[in-house]
Design a protein around this ligand. Structure first.
Ligand code: SAM
Ligand code: SF4
Length: 314
């Protein structure tokens, strides 16, 4: 459906849990996270009911995210349920990849159509600094298993590692048919407290990789590039330095049932407990009321009313 500004909103991002098996510094503190009580988390039935109404309003794409979506039991059941909804043609997952290899067969059988795997460096030491856990090799293995299974893969990187490691990460796209996408650090949750120099514009990646050639191919919110002779692509996504509100096509559902028309706004509409006509009307009204844009993102000034990404869904 169209919002009040005529933008087509056909993309729903669903956070299925606020919990996670990593502790990325820009997303969560190491200790003391206040998890949502289990009884506040939407059931798969609740999510499917809402997704079916979203599809009737013109929704076509659903992304499952978190927290870590694969940390929630039975995610493949939810994927299969979404697959059965008329109109939903894409069902993707955004994951840190830690549990992906073991769950991939079930997710593929359920009808998963794509995966975004978050990986900020190929250096194990830096990975540990960022995520406070181990995992580079496991994540790269999961990427290769997805590619071997024919699943489209995007690797998402928040560029905070040393520049030479970002260049190395972009190199994943040389011999692999995937997109490595650099997404600027945003002032959300603990990320807001990072020093100003950590908020590297994506253009810094371009400067380190002058051999990147711009492509004309449509990349959604990403500007697409390619390294000479590469099979895959490199994408730059600049929510901070180059906002794309005019092309925004999505709304977000938090794991406790709040619809967020804009990632950076503190406006949330609770859909919990609504069914039938009341749910449809609330969802349509929330989409229609999507704001034109968010204020400029500034290091040090947390947006989204202080909600960190693991409680929104990236
Ligand atoms: N756990 C999954 C993962 O990491 O892919 C899904 C949820 S995570 C919140 C989704 C994405 O948000 C990840 O790619 C992560 O890097 C990104 N993210 C988290 N906090 C961020 C921040 N402050 N700025 C930019 N991206 C952030
Ligand atoms: Fe977990 Fe993803 Fe947040 Fe990292 S970014 S702590 S993997 S939810």
């Amino acid at each position: 459906m169209k919002d009040s500004l005529g933008r087509t909103i056909n993309y729903l991002r669903v956070s299925v849990t606020d919990r996670c098996n990593l502790r990325c510094r820009y997303c969560m503190p190491e200790e003391g996270v206040e998890w949502l009580p289990h009884e506040d988390i939407l059931s798969y039935e609740d999510i499917l009911r809402l997704a079916a109404i979203f599809a009737r309003l013109g929704g076509e794409k659903v992304r499952l995210t978190g927290g870590e979506p694969l940390a929630r039991k039975g995610l493949a059941t939810l994927v299969a349920g979404l697959r059965a909804i008329d109109g939903i043609r894409e069902i993707a997952v955004t994951t840190n990849g830690a549990l992906l290899e073991e769950q991939l067969p079930g997710l593929l059988a359920a009808g998963l159509t794509g995966v975004n795997i978050s990986l900020d460096t190929l250096n194990e030491w830096t990975f540990r600094q960022i995520t406070r856990r181990e995992g580079v090799r496991r994540t790269v293995k999961a990427i290769d298993t997805c590619l071997a299974a024919g699943l489209p893969v995007k690797v998402n990187c928040v560029p905070i590692a040393p520049e030479e490691e970002l260049v190395e990460l972009a190199g994943l796209a040389k011999g692999r048919s995937l997109a490595v996408r650099f997404i600027e650090l945003m002032p959300l949750g603990p990320g807001a407290q990072f020093p100003p120099e950590a908020f590297q514009p994506c253009s810094a990646v371009l400067e380190r990789l002058p051999e990147l050639r711009a492509l004309r191919a449509p990349g959604g919110v990403a500007r697409l590039y390619q390294l000479p002779g590469a099979v895959g692509r490199v994408g730059l996504i600049s929510p901070v330095s180059h906002d794309f509100c005019a092309r925004c096509d999505r709304v977000r559902l938090t794991s406790d049932g709040k619809l967020k028309p804009c990632l950076h706004s503190d406006k949330e509409i609770s859909l919990r407990g609504l069914t039938g006509r009341a749910l449809r009307d609330a969802l349509a009204a929330a989409i229609a009321a999507k704001p034109r844009e968010h204020p400029p993102l500034t290091p040090g000034e947390a947006t989204a009313g202080g909600r960190p990404m693991h409680r929104i869904g990236g």
